[in-house]
Ligand binder design. Structure first.
Ligand SMILES: *[C@@H]1O[C@H](CO)[C@@H](O)[C@H](O)[C@H]1NC(C)=O
Ligand SMILES: *[C@@H]1O[C@H](CO)[C@@H](O)[C@H](O)[C@H]1NC(C)=O
Ligand SMILES: *[C@@H]1O[C@H](CO)[C@@H](O)[C@H](O)[C@H]1NC(C)=O
Ligand SMILES: *[C@@H]1O[C@H](CO)[C@@H](O)[C@H](O)[C@H]1NC(C)=O
Length: 465
């Protein structure tokens, strides 16, 4: 802990406060940003609607190279939940420059691109609303706020505009990514947003909840984790969810989803939803109250990566880190805003949209010629590859038949030998199958994840052979 403190001091010496006034803005609002003296980091709040504040943190890569044919890319990372913080989890537990122990992460995606973390939607992480009525109820509302944020960050900076933006999402973030992709394109076409959209990448993404809930039983039965009785119970609840979705009972479908998670947990003696080879570190859910069940389902996501910490006891948990040393470093987080303080409400407010599919939005992006990459960890249960392949087959995209019939290319990494994954591409659809990875692909397979993201973003930094 002491060492970590010293490191932070060195790291954030002399912060310069930049109160930046922006040009014409619908609400006449003001955005505030801080920049580290060496200019490699910048963060701030954008008031995306009156009294709704969104926090962002931009890292400029020390590995940047200039290439005439390949512009240096920038990645917008969108975390799942909904209500999980990209600024905290994605940054410190997955792909940012430092781990939760504040030691450098060798596999940081900064090796390939600049990184923009956002606490999305408002109410997540350090983002906050002054009135809970301002929380978003739909993925589309979240996309509108994110577009406002991108305008604030990109429109004022010509140098940033040279970097193509790749929206890379994980889990529920995939639903935000496709709605944002479409909203951003619309704003770009209307001349309101000055940026170049490079592509959208959907990592273990909750694009079609129905296809995922139908994959859970058969997958777990095949790998001996549940028996026939468990399979029957699971499939019957999945059928109920399908009917609720047909009938437009979306909130009820969300309740049935958490009920199904409970059934799966009990039938499997607590399989881990983020890696079906593991046991969950939480007790089987035998709760009857819907709210409590839902709370536990959400918490599970937030706790999972904490449970993977490399040196238990040696570093702090993510809540302590984000509400302590990092909050102090950032200077601009209001005293009464605690990291994650409103995230349960974010989830609850979206419960009418949680189970809605976004396959149509993927189709629209493909039809507009946007590069769409899908990647999936082999061992993920919650967004299992089986479910992902099922929704891909539902696309109306005219390249689908060719895509499905193509052969895959094996992937290797780091000179260790052994197949690390497979990939294939047809026109603007790309798919990566990542072996020995669960839901959190960059955490489980950092080498191949880094190569993959270099490929997705056409980074001028060569891949590791
Ligand atoms: C760090 O990553 C680089 C390439 O990305 C690799 O060559 C090197 O071996 C890694 N070092 C460690 C300690 O893992
Ligand atoms: C924090 O306090 C201010 C007033 O001091 C209030 O306007 C704001 O809504 C509070 N924020 C939160 C998230 O409670
Ligand atoms: C714009 O971005 C560049 C780097 O991408 C940075 O050096 C510069 O300071 C930024 N300008 C403003 C006004 O933020
Ligand atoms: C999409 O990706 C392909 C290669 O994967 C690349 O050649 C093409 O330029 C990309 N298109 C856009 C619009 O970025």
């Amino acid at each position: 802990m002491f060492l970590a403190l010293e490191k932070m001091e060195k790291w954030c010496f002399l912060l310069v406060l930049l109160v930046l006034m922006f040009g014409p803005w619908v609400n006449g609002g003001m955005a505030m940003a801080y920049r580290s003296q060496d200019g490699t980091e910048e963060w701030g709040y954008v008031e995306v609607r009156p009294k709704a504040h969104m926090f962002w943190w931009l890292y400029r890569s020390p590995y940047r190279v200039e290439s005439p044919s390949k512009p240096w890319p920038i990645i917008l990372w969108l975390q799942g939940g909904p209500g999980a913080s990209g600024v905290g989890i994605g940054n410190f537990q997955e792909i940012g420059p430092l781990g939760t122990d504040l030691k450098p992460r060798n596999s940081t995606w900064l090796r390939k691109a600049d990184l923009l973390f956002v606490d999305n939607p408002v109410g997540t992480g350090y983002s906050f609303v002054e009135d809970t009525k301002l929380l978003v109820k739909t993925d589309v509302e979240a996309a509108v706020d994110l577009t406002t944020l991108l305008k604030e960050i990109f429109n004022r900076n010509e140098s940033l505009q040279q970097s193509p933006l790749y929206i890379v999402a994980e889990s529920y973030g995939g639903k935000f990514a496709v709605t944002l992709g479409l909203a951003a394109l619309e704003a770009i076409e209307a001349g309101n947003l000055k940026l170049k959209l490079g592509g959208v990448a959907l990592g273990d993404s909750w694009i079609s909840p129905e296809d995922f809930v139908f994959s859970w039983g058969p997958l777990l039965k095949d790998v001996s984790r549940i028996d026939n009785q468990g399979l029957q119970k699971s499939n019957s609840l999945a059928g109920k969810i399908r009917q609720q979705l047909i009938d437009g009972q979306y909130v009820d479908a969300t309740s049935s989803w958490s009920e199904l998670e409970g059934v799966i947990s009990r039938s499997s003696n607590s399989v881990d939803f983020y890696n079906f080879l593991l046991d969950s570190n939480m007790d089987p859910i035998s709760l009857t109250s819907v709210e409590l069940r839902e709370q536990i389902a959400k918490r599970r996501y937030l706790r999972y990566l904490d449970s993977l910490r490399l040196s238990p006891g040696g570093d702090v948990d993510i809540d302590t880190l984000m509400n302590g040393i990092i909050k102090d470093k950032l200077k601009i987080i209001p005293k009464n805003v605690s990291w994650g303080g409103q995230s349960d409400l974010v989830f609850t407010t979206l419960s009418g949209d949680f189970m809605k599919p976004r396959i149509k939005e993927v189709d629209e992006l493909l039809a507009k010629g946007v590069n769409v990459t899908i990647y999936n960890g082999q061992l993920d249960l919650i967004c299992a590859t089986m479910g992902t392949e099922a929704w891909v087959e539902k696309l109306n995209w005219d390249g689908l038949k060719e895509f499905l019939s193509m052969k895959r290319t094996p992937l290797y990494c780091g000179g260790e030998g052994g197949t690390k994954g497979f990939t294939k591409s047809y026109k603007n659809l790309h798919f990566y199958w990542i072996l020995k990875a669960g839901h959190f692909v960059p955490v489980d397979q950092p080498c191949i994840a880094l190569n993959m993201v270099g490929g997705i973003t056409h980074s001028p930094v060569a891949s590791i052979s």
